[in-house]
Ligand binder design. Sequence first.
Ligand code: MN
Length: 567
Amino acid sequence: MKPSLPQNDPNKEQRQDHLNRQQKSYLFDYNALSPLALLKDVPLGENFSSKYIRERILATSELPANMLATDSRSFLDPLDELEDYEDLFTLLPLPQVAKIYQTDRSFAEQRLSGANPMVLRLLDASDPRAQTLAQISNFHPLFDLRQELEQKNIYIADYTGSDEHYRAPSKIGGGSYEKGRKFLPKPLAFFAWRWTGMRDRGELVPIAIQLDPQPDSYLYTPFDPPVDWLFAKLCVQVADANHHEMSSHLGLTHLVMEPIAIVTARQLAKNHPLSLLLKPHFRFMLFNNELARSYLIAPGGPVDDLLSGSLPETIEIAREACSNWSLDQFAFPTELKNRGMDDPNQLPHYPYRDDGLLLWNAIETFVCGYLKFFYPTNEALVQDVELQSWAKELASDEGGKVKGMPSKIDTIEQLIKIVTTIIFTCGPQHSAVNFPQYEYMAFAANMPLAAYRDIPKITASGTREVITEKDILRLLPPYKRAADQLKTMFILAAYRYDRLGYYDKSFCELYQMSFDEVFAGTPIGLLANQFQQNLNMAEQRIDANNQRRVIPYLSMKPSLVLNSISV
Ligand code: MN
């Protein structure tokens, strides 16, 4: 197989025959999660390979013994003390967060380098939500709210459902389980960047949490009794866990990339240079997504069992997230800017941003070199009928419905940006939300997937229900749920099929040829080597960054990032 643009391919008929077949086997389904554009039936060639299955089973071999040992112990319901959650880890390693999750530092740091570093945003001084914070000066005479806002030191994580970017929670009443109801807290959490502290490098600190999205409802602060403050922080963690799984993870990586993989299969010939570039980044995703639909988000499946809402309510989070996603606004640098999180002078510590940009740049350099070789001029690109059909079908309402995708591609710069965003989303972005599922979410007391007790009630006379340690345990998942959460998170984070920028494994499986064989006689092999070197340099920078961090951020280490959403 030789890479070739359609206009240069002598085998035009063969090429068209192949595309005709592809367009019959890759069909859109707009009903499964209406109105999302998903795949109807997964063609055989998309299934996990025997190598994948073998390796993945091996990677999870410790799990059954761990769960067996867990099941043989007797736990109270609800658990007797918080330490009991550690006992679920009989053989599997206890995540490090288990030792620090109750601290404000761990709580704030998870907004910047945890499993879901996608929610926090800068709070503008003119934002009405800043009014909620006015109460805080009552507790803290030295805190000058107006000044802090003007100096852009205040950040917000909004799970109330009133945020324009995240409305789904307002529709969630909560699901049920065998002993009663489940709850989704809808908190508003405020943080401040404090320029002193943490060895004078500054650090993010939580300053207030509102649990009830009513304008004058009680504002929890670190000055409250520790048990109240911990209860409030855990409510944020529940809200964040639901946002993580359905929005950041399933919605904004797995599902938004699906129509792009479908259209690539339908519109680009097998030897089209863009198909050869993208295929390893879509490896196993379509099959994996089908598995997610038939198992993870099926009635009685883990999402139904473990997350806060009823199944339709929870699925609505993913659907809404996908509807708000667009290819141009989710280019990594743009997405950071949209949240006001892009300026290192304003926010010097944001590992997800700092490490992620190293990877974004390495990908962009590779994509740029690769595409400029195959498209030496913009004319070559305009004349590429397959590429233009690809763009047209992606953007079309009868096709992929991909927002922010132009229906016609005029310049190479435009294409570089689109392809870099696709590869970054399939690679670093997915890995950054997928693999920390073990470290941050397997230990259920840190990030419970649902609340099993409602937020404190306010009586008619205005007094707040007293919270005790027992209420914390009633809020957290009962042991059976906590064990299932551990199991599911472990399964989703245990196996890595390949490694970003290393293409041989999937090339040999996809084409029975190595990457270098397919690109023999071109400079692409060299470009790929350069890409790997840049990734290794990024790895060294990230290792150095981690030396200075109290909690290391591993999720964007290139050696731990996959090419595709294969898990
Ligand atoms: Mn995943």
